[in-house]
Design a protein around this ligand. Sequence first.
Ligand SMILES: Nc1ncnc2c1ncn2[C@@H]1O[C@H](COP(=O)(O)OP(=O)(O)OP(=O)(O)O)[C@@H](O)[C@H]1O
Ligand SMILES: [Mg+2]
Length: 264
Amino acid sequence: MAVQVIQGGPRTGKTHTLAEIRQRASESGALCLTASGFHDERLIRFATLCQFTHAPGVPEGLQSSLLRLMDQAACAEPSGHIPVRLLREVVAEMAACAARQPLFLVVDDAHQADPASQSCLLHIIRRVESHDITVVLAFPRAFRGDILDPLTLVGLGARLIETATMPEAEVRQLLEERTDVGSAIRLAHRVHAITGGNPSLVTALAHDLVQAGGPRARGTPSRSARASGPPTSAGWSAIHTSPHASRLWPYSATTPTRAGRPGC
Ligand SMILES: Nc1ncnc2c1ncn2[C@@H]1O[C@H](COP(=O)(O)OP(=O)(O)OP(=O)(O)O)[C@@H](O)[C@H]1O
Ligand SMILES: [Mg+2]
């Protein structure tokens, strides 16, 4: 059993990191049950936990135990407490499932999960220690929760992974993935300076640059291979209207010609 807490500021790649973990886990033969907390569903009991029942490949026994828990919890305990007997069944099904293949429970925006789901997750985390179960929870930076609390989880042995801004080398790598090696080397420093290494901004800027006719998207033919002559006016007008890209155009792969830049 391992608990991983992904924490970071807005748009720093928490969801992206979860997706990577999920993909790697699936590729290695693990079963991944995923869910996300949503602010608008915080008042719906088990709204987050319920998402596990829809995961592809969820074993029938686990699915039924989760559904039983959700169906019976409300009437069984008017006080709002979750019946331990039903939770035990869920834990037992998870343990049985983990005996067959590693099990990942991945919850994005766990701070937005409804309180009943948070209580269940905490219960599960504290009872499946000896099983091959990995729980991965994403929270915003510096969040303190009443039920699922990142600091408490770290105190219980969870591993903390902080998503942060990207150093220039990572920006270059991302640009390389989205464009080409030459453009990545040429643009990395500037893109890093403009975006502060925020992955979301780097991604958006790389997208803008490709759209604007600067570096070519990876896997697409170069502009010169597609058509000869200056960039289209649509391309350059995109550069001029994109505040980030316009600061970059002198560094982009294609030097604008006077004829190709509208208004010049
Ligand atoms: N390492 C990365 N490589 C490529 N793109 C990334 C990377 N990290 C983040 N991104 C991109 O940045 C954007 C924001 O990332 P993401 O949604 O994962 O951030 P977040 O921290 O979950 O944001 P929020 O605070 O809104 O939940 C997305 O478009 C994502 O594809
Ligand atoms: Mg996110």
